[in-house]
Ligand binder design. Structure first.
Ligand SMILES: Nc1ncnc2c1ncn2[C@@H]1O[C@H](COP(=O)(O)OP(=O)(O)OP(=O)(O)O)[C@@H](O)[C@H]1O
Ligand SMILES: [Mg+2]
Length: 377
């Protein structure tokens, strides 16, 4: 028997929404997941700009956030139609949609010690527009249980990539880079390493006008600057012990500008040198985290849009040698489908009232059922 779910993910890169239709088999029996269809829908430029603006304090945020959530869900509903249409599937064959929403603040364990994580989303509207049950709000229960609410993908990484004969690690290169450790003993760990595409995209857009650097071709023509790299590596987040998670709250334009100013980088360097240095920053911080926490893993499986950046992948390969670096395509799922499939998987976990978090990764007091249901009927 199999069950089909749709997963929707729009991450910190703010590039748009990935949607996948996934069939899951009986728990434990391979293959754990089969992606039937995948589609990506880029955010309209004004919506992308509004999400970026809502990441920092501003005027009338509740009103703007509510409207941005509605706009997000209209894009998501159109994407669901595309995904179903491309597979020629009926909506009635889908058990539920797992809808992540758009993170605009991530401050777990701060302020009142519980803190919060905010994903703009309008799951009731999504249920109304699609006629499919929606599971949403995956992170807040983990935060309520004292966790970071992130990363939530390790349990799915384990189901998909875990092996009994070897320890492996999974690296997702989204806006932020997050690592999952899958020990051959079955032990799972995971945490956010630091910035990936969020800084690369920011600097690329500023310098070239393009939203990202296709295949890393521009960055590959730059030279890494040791002074700027050291200034970036001095960030205290990198030496914190897991569990830890981060986002645009820390790694943003102000963070980058402070380091560019401190090293007089704009006057000394070409823009592509700065891009190369930011790529090297991701590679170094991932490699450092890998050596400190996952040294026993023989292989690093890479997913997320950053895996399509050849310059970044080459830097990772050099920084991690002799560990093997492979794209997730070689291990069963294309790089741009893994994170969205994780939210289909989390929706399935919710429907079966199974825990979705890995307490060792998030720091929560224990396993928790994640999400809330918005029935279509
Ligand atoms: N061909 C490419 N070459 C270089 N970079 C690419 C390419 N395609 C995508 N990217 C990068 O990947 C980013 C999108 O990746 P992805 O969707 O995995 O991240 P995300 O939305 O932050 O997701 P998440 O938070 O779930 O990890 C783009 O913003 C861009 O920086
Ligand atoms: Mg994305």
């Amino acid at each position: 028997m199999s069950e089909a779910f749709i997963g929707l993910m729009s991450g910190t890169s703010l590039d748009g929404i990935d949607g996948v239709l996934v069939e899951f088999g009986v728990p434990g029996a391979p293959p754990a997941a089969r992606v039937v269809a995948h589609a990506h829908r880029a955010f309209p430029a004004p919506l992308r700009a509004e999400f970026a603006a809502l990441n920092v304090s501003g005027r009338d945020e509740l009103h703007r956030g509510a409207l941005a959530a509605n706009a997000l869900v209209r894009e998501a509903a159109a994407l669901v139609e595309t995904v179903l249409g491309s597979a020629s599937w009926q909506r009635s064959a889908v058990v539920a949609i797992g809808s992540h929403g758009q993170t605009v603040r991530h401050r777990p364990r701060e302020f009142d010690a519980t803190g919060y994580t905010v994903q703009l989303n309008a799951p009731a509207l999504l249920a109304e527009l699609t006629g499919i049950d929606v599971v949403a709000d995956f992170r807040s229960r983990d935060v309520a249980a004292g966790g970071q609410g992130a990363p939530l993908v390790p349990a799915f990484h384990h189901a998909l990539f875990g092996r009994a004969d070897a320890s492996v690690a999974v690296l997702n290169l989204g806006g932020i880079a997050n690592l999952t450790s899958l020990d051959r003993s079955g032990a799972i760990a995971g945490f956010d390493c630091g910035p990936a595409n969020v800084l690369l995209d920011l600097w690329c857009e500023r310098s070239t006008g393009r939203a990202f650097d296709p295949d890393g071709g521009w960055g590959s023509r730059g030279t890494v600057d040791a002074l700027l790299l050291d200034a970036c590596l001095g960030e205290p987040y990198f030496s914190l012990s897991p569990p830890k998670s981060t986002g645009r709250d820390l790694f943003n334009a102000a963070w980058l500008e402070a380091r560019l100013d401190a090293t007089n980088a704009r006057a000394r360097l070409r823009p592509e040198d700065i891009q190369a240095t930011l790529g090297e920053l991701t590679a170094r911080t991932v490699a450092d985290a890998f050596r400190r926490h996952l040294a026993q893993a023989a292989e690093l499986i890479v997913c997320g849009g950053g895996a399509l950046n050849a310059d970044l992948m080459a830097r990772l390969g050099r920084a991690l040698a002799p560990a093997r670096v492979v794209a997730s395509d070689a291990r069963g799922l294309p790089v741009d489908q893994v994170e969205a499939a994780a939210f289909a998987w989390l929706a399935r976990a919710f429907m079966h009232r199974l825990a979705g978090n890995v307490p060792a990764a998030t720091g929560a007091a224990g396993p928790r059922v994640l999400g809330a249901l918005y029935p279509a009927r």
